[in-house]
Design a protein around this ligand. Structure first.
Ligand SMILES: C[S@@+](CC[C@H](N)C(=O)[O-])C[C@H]1O[C@@H](n2cnc3c(N)ncnc32)[C@H](O)[C@@H]1O
Length: 498
């Protein structure tokens, strides 16, 4: 039988009920690895299928209902003897051997059983999802109404002139692909400058929605630049450049999926990329770290895309599990952290690990918001003392230098002058839109962009939006300046060539 519909059904059920898939497996058939085995190609008997369906029917996912795992007590382990990967599925997933080995080592002590109960409390997941989608709306409106991502791509593309790639490929790492606007534009620019050089491009992105948006933008890249290997992963900063996780526990659930795109048209590539949808839905899952509020993947995933008809040429750069070197020519760190995070956090947890991933002659370009612009005037009219941009590039570079210590000896830290570092981007408006009476949709777009860039928390927004005068503040600033614009600042950290 086809397992994808069942896997989708299970993952949707787990999402609605607020259960981890491992818990679901244990609850339904006393096998915490059920879902991961199915996902990795395991088969299933009709008897087990009946038990799974029976469990879901007996515990329907109703409104506001979720199952809470209260207690776990040891019980004999059950495993479906028929579960095991087919040969075809084995060949498409390179990590099988390692994953199953690690899974055996790490199997929870004799299987567990949980007592479940139904409650009407909204789950933590549900509350966090609400925040997540709320922010998504702001991000997507911002990306589509302002020119920031174009300007960032232009700034990043200037760095291409300073690269000295060595065979077998030009290697780029995007430390947070977002909706893929920056990466797709940079890839076009890379082709323009290096039309015949093979590209190895790895991007980190934990959000499923962003991975979808990015993949929608890349089909034509394989047409125009056939020598492209594009890798997307949800791994953390410290692991993503090497495409391998240090934690054995995470390694045991790692999914490595290689897709050799057939055909030679953008349309056929797009069709095959779109067909990855169920794979992404099933695997690219994130939860929220209860301690930090940051995102956590459920399992590490690596998706590798290249053209099948160029496999021979690309063989030296198609990544192999556990064998990816972090020696990038270019690392893009565009808006990679929350503005209000401490300078030390930004240096230690984000920039320093990325700098370590630079190869000889490699360059990291960092970009974050600068403020001192009409958008901040809107924010200050509502919250006069708000200062979101607490870290400037000079302080950040100092902190990264300190963090790297002796390992920073062969690096140059280029803060550059304001004239070189700062760049402006605008909200797109029609000339008529900001003259006379400004339309409500323009006001909303401007307000959204201002509070999005200033990363104003939802809790602070609610009372202001209820009062309604924020639109007057926005209108005044738009009228005074005849539009809305913002400043970002950039910096470069480069490794010496020898
Ligand atoms: C990994 S980051 C950046 C992704 C991508 N590199 C980009 O520049 O769009 C993704 C998150 O950064 C935040 N972000 C992106 N652009 C921003 C901006 N101009 N101002 C504030 N936050 C931003 C959003 O929360 C977004 O979900």
């Amino acid at each position: 039988m086809k397992l994808e519909p069942l896997l989708l059904e299970i993952s949707e059920y787990c999402r609605q009920v607020g259960l981890a898939e491992s818990t679901f497996g244990r609850a339904a058939i006393n096998d915490g690895k059920l879902v991961s085995r199915l996902r990795n190609g395991g088969r299933i008997t009709t008897e087990t299928l009946d038990r799974i369906r029976g469990y879901m029917a007996a515990n329907p996912a109703g409104e506001g209902r979720r199952l809470i795992v209260q207690r776990r007590t040891p019980s004999p382990r059950h495993q479906d003897a028929a579960l095991g990967p087919t040969a075809e599925q084995q060949s498409s997933t390179r990590n099988q051997a390692l994953a199953s080995l690690a899974a055996q080592e790490l199997s929870p002590s004799p299987a567990e059983q949980q007592i479940t109960r139904v409650t009407n409390e909204p789950s933590v997941d549900a509350r966090q999802n609400f925040r997540f989608y709320d922010n998504r709306q702001k991000y997507l409106l911002f990306v589509n109404t302002c020119s920031e991502k174009w300007e960032i791509a232009n700034r990043v593309s200037l760095e291409l002139a300073n690269l000295h790639p060595r065979p077998p490929a030009l290697r780029v790492f995007d430390a947070g692909v977002g909706d893929g606007s920056v990466l797709a534009r940079v890839m076009r620019s890379m082709h323009d400058r290096f039309p015949t050089m093979p590209f190895f491009i790895a991007g980190k992105e934990i959000s499923l929605e962003d991975v979808r948006l990015t993949l929608q933008k890349v089909a034509d890249r394989f047409f125009e630049h056939p020598g492209t290997v594009l890798v997307l992963t949800n791994m953390a900063y410290a692991d993503a450049p090497r495409l391998s996780v240090r934690s054995l526990k995470a390694a045991s659930s790692l999914v490595w999926h290689e897709v050799a795109l057939r055909g030679n048209t953008s349309h056929s590539f797009e069709e095959q990329i779109t067909a990855l949808e169920p794979f992404l839905t099933a695997n690219w899952k994130a939860t929220v770290n209860p301690q930090t509020g940051g995102s956590l993947y459920e399992r590490p995933v690596v998706l590798v895309l290249y053209r099948e008809d160029h496999r021979f040429l690309l063989d030296p750069i198609i990544p192999r599990l556990g064998a990816t070197a972090a020696n990038y020519d270019l690392v893009i760190a565009s808006q990679p952290y929350r503005a209000r995070a401490s300078t030390e956090f930004k240096a230690r947890r984000v920039i320093a690990p990325l700098v370590r991933a630079l190869g000889p002659g490699g360059r990291l370009i960092g970009i974050h918001s600068y403020g001192h612009d009409p958008a901040m005037e809107i924010v200050h009219k509502v919250w006069p003392n708000d200062e979101p941009f607490i870290t400037n590039r000079h302080d950040l570079l100092k902190a990264v230098k300190t963090e790297l210590g002796a390992a920073g000896r062969d690096l140059n830290f280029n803060a550059n002058s304001d004239a070189r570092s700062l760049f402006r981007y605008d909200m797109h408006t029609l000339p008529s839109e900001v003259e006379g009476s400004i339309g409500t949709s323009t006001l909303f777009a401007a307000w959204n962009a201002a509070i999005y860039v200033a990363q104003v928390e939802d809790e602070r927004l609610a009372p202001v939006v209820a009062r309604g005068d924020y639109l007057d503040a926005t209108r005044q600033v738009l009228q005074e300046h005849g539009g809305l614009w913002f400043y970002d600042e950039s910096f470069v950290i480069s490794r010496r060539r020898d």
